[in-house]
Design a protein around this ligand. Structure first.
Ligand SMILES: O=C(O)CCC(=O)C(=O)O
Ligand SMILES: [Fe+2]
Length: 344
């Protein structure tokens, strides 16, 4: 809401009603205990809508609460013999403070792509990738454009993957801490996920076999299929799927090498938001149920492709279901042969 208010202030052609935003924002600030700010917002609302009786009542109520609060802290201070201490400014609780990363150019590009805007693209990476993929794999059942692959799962498969049983398995998604090598939750990844094995369901076996047929890569060393569900605001900020050289412990316990490729299936449409975006190359993929995205994370030399940095944009309306298949290096020796050309 604060972001909406800031945006409305800057907009020339208004896309939202400022009075509505002030109404919601003052209420949420009151609930969080930011009474002074709630009062300021309500006073502004009353300049726009002087007859709004709820705002008139709220103004009286906030003033009374502020007054009670002042009396209470005065009494506490006098009990402690601290009379004369100046009131300090009320600090806004839960205010979103922007850290350096969120002020960075990369983050601005990520947000731009998430809004569906175009950014500068140095190469048409998506089509390069799609062509390379097409050349190496003879498959007719999939059609693709812009790195997207259609019909990766059927309606029935998606339904059975999102079944009640599997929903019960979902837990808060974690990220890998590069320093400790341990998994932990992080505010930059908000979603729920679960790992599903081949033996769990016929649908999983079928999806995995289709990925093997489509990519020509060996699935026996791949990670289990990860299903992920993003609710409102769910997102995963820019990251790499592969482990960088300094992340020595990343996939050590698996013993299957680095993540050579990612196959991402969209199991739902998303009403608004929820795109997968690649900020370095300006690619954005808005989910389409049954579609998939595929990309190599490593060159044939085994070096990481830094252009694959990507993110899951916040879901704005609706809910998003995806499944991830991370394919590993081991077992691909004859399927995707090593190369010495650094750009291959
Ligand atoms: O959900 C998406 O669009 C991308 C998810 C992703 O990048 C991941 O889970 O590693
Ligand atoms: Fe990812």
């Amino acid at each position: 809401m604060q972001t909406s208010l800031n945006q409305e202030t800057q907009e020339i052609n208004k896309t939202a009603d400022r009075a509505d935003i002030l109404d919601y924002l003052s209420y949420s600030n009151m609930m969080e205990g930011n009474l002074n700010y709630a009062l300021t917002l309500t006073e502004e609302l009353l300049t726009l809508a002087p007859d709004n009786t709820r705002a008139q009542n709220n103004k009286r109520y906030y003033k009374k609460m502020l007054n009670d609060r002042a009396i209470e802290s005065h009494q506490l201070a006098s009990q402690r013999g601290e009379i004369g201490v100046e009131d300090t400014e009320e600090e806004i609780k839960h205010e979103r403070k922007l850290d350096d990363y969120r002020n960075s150019e990369e983050f601005a590009t990520y947000e731009k792509l998430c809004r569906g805007e175009d950014t500068q693209v140095s190469v048409n990476w998506a089509s390069i990738l799609a062509n390379q993929f097409e050349k190496e794999n003879d498959i007719d059942l999939l059609t693709r454009s812009q790195g997207k692959i259609c019909q990766a799962t059927s309606e029935e498969e998606s339904k059975s993957i999102e079944s009640y049983n599997n929903i019960l398995l979902l837990g808060r998604a974690t990220v890998h801490n590069a320093k400790t090598g341990k998994l932990e939750t992080a505010t930059y990844r908000i979603s729920k996920s679960a790992w599903l094995k081949d033996e769990d369901d016929l649908a999983i076996r079928r999806v995995n076999s289709r990925i093997e047929a489509a990519t020509g890569l060996d699935m026996s060393t791949a990670e289990d299929l990860q299903i992920a569900n993003y609710g409102l605001g769910g997102h995963y900020e820019p990251h790499f799927d592969f482990a960088r050289k300094e992340e020595k412990h990343a996939f050590k316990s698996l013993g299957t090498g680095n993540r050579i490729a990612t196959w991402l299936t969209y199991m739902s449409d998303v009403k608004a938001g929820g795109a997968t975006v690649f900020p370095y190359i300006g690619v954005k993929i808005f989910p389409e149920k049954g579609g998939a995205a595929f990309w190599y994370n490593l060159y044939k030399s085994g070096e990481g492709i830094y252009d694959t940095r990507h993110a899951a944009c916040p879901v704005l309306v609706g809910t998003k279901w995806v499944s991830n298949k991370w394919i590993h290096e081991k077992g691909q020796e004859f399927r995707r042969r090593c190369g010495l050309n650094p750009d291959e």
